[in-house]
Ligand binder design. Structure first.
Ligand code: NAD
Length: 247
């Protein structure tokens, strides 16, 4: 994954959706903001206090693994002191009436805890650890810290199961395929500044209804195909969910 360097575009026109539409949601840090988890940028953003290159890159891990582990340990502990908000719950509730797939850039587990069942974590999951010897060895942490000396069954150090800047995004192709089959695409709480995730928003087919939820509509090329709701997720998503049910 990498930070913004170029804008994506898609001139598709907006259109309606049918009652049993496949709803695909692309969520970013903004959906968890009202739960009390800081976003990536913006006022109070996480990276005002931490430099990406000190804690969230393979080089940072090589240089100072204890520091990187500490950064994620603090984030993980905080996760268990916050709750899903009305935005997460509204998306979970949609599953009663529609097939729903959530593709999230978030490493928190608030979609799961709200009740969503079909979630692809594009950038990994804070509550999991992974072997540094074998990417397939992934362990549930259940809120525990990862410390230097905690090892996988092969004896190698555990690392956070997250995608760092500069690393490949293993689930990208699967995510692209899901978006290409969306009938309704809801993009919520993302600044379109982290690639390749940002490009996913522009892969939905032309017939798909496309909705963007963000209190500060990003200045991103290609958003003319979207209905833009300039409100926080916890307010906008319950209303949007109700409207989708009525169609
Ligand atoms: P970002 O921080 O770059 O952008 C957040 C966006 O959310 C902004 O456009 C902001 O206007 C919007 N926003 C703020 N409050 C909102 C609200 N109440 N409702 C809806 N939108 C709101 O986030 P990003 O685009 O997801 O990129 C951040 C990267 O950092 C991702 O790769 C993600 O993995 C990671 N990250 C994850 C978390 C998390 O897991 N909760 C938190 C911080 C960062």
């Amino acid at each position: 994954m990498r930070e913004k360097s170029a804008a994506a575009s898609n001139p598709d026109a907006m259109s309606g959706a049918t009652p049993r539409s496949h709803i695909v949601v692309l969520s970013g840090a903004g959906i968890s903001a009202e739960s009390g988890i800081r976003t990536f940028r913006g006022g109070g953003g996480l990276w005002h206090d931490f430099r990406i290159e000190d804690v969230a890159t393979p080089e940072a891990w090589q240089r100072d693994p204890e520091r990187a582990l500490g950064f994620y340990n603090v984030r993980r502990r905080q996760l268990y002191s916050v709750e899903p908000n009305a935005g997460h719950r509204a998306l979970a509730g949609l599953e009663r009436d529609f097939p729903v797939t959530i593709i999230t850039q978030n490493i928190d587990n608030l979609h799961e805890r709200a009740g969503s069942s079909n979630i692809l974590h594009l950038h990994g999951a804070l509550d999991k650890a992974r072997s540094t010897a074998d990417d397939a060895l992934i362990y549930d942490l259940a809120g525990r810290d990862i410390r230097l000396g905690n090892t996988c069954e092969l004896g190698s150090q555990l690392r956070p199961h997250v995608v760092w800047f500069g690393e490949m995004v293993p689930e990208l192709e699967r995510a692209e395929e899901i978006v290409r089959h969306a009938d309704v695409l809801i993009v919520v709480g993302t600044s379109f500044s982290v690639y390749p995730a940002a490009n996913l928003a522009f892969l939905a087919p032309s017939h798909a209804r496309k909705v963007l939820v963000n209190p500060e509509i990003p200045d991103t090329v290609g958003l003319d195909a979207f209905e833009c709701i300039g409100e926080p997720a916890a307010r906008a998503l319950p209303r949007l969910a109700e409207e989708l049910r009525k169609r």
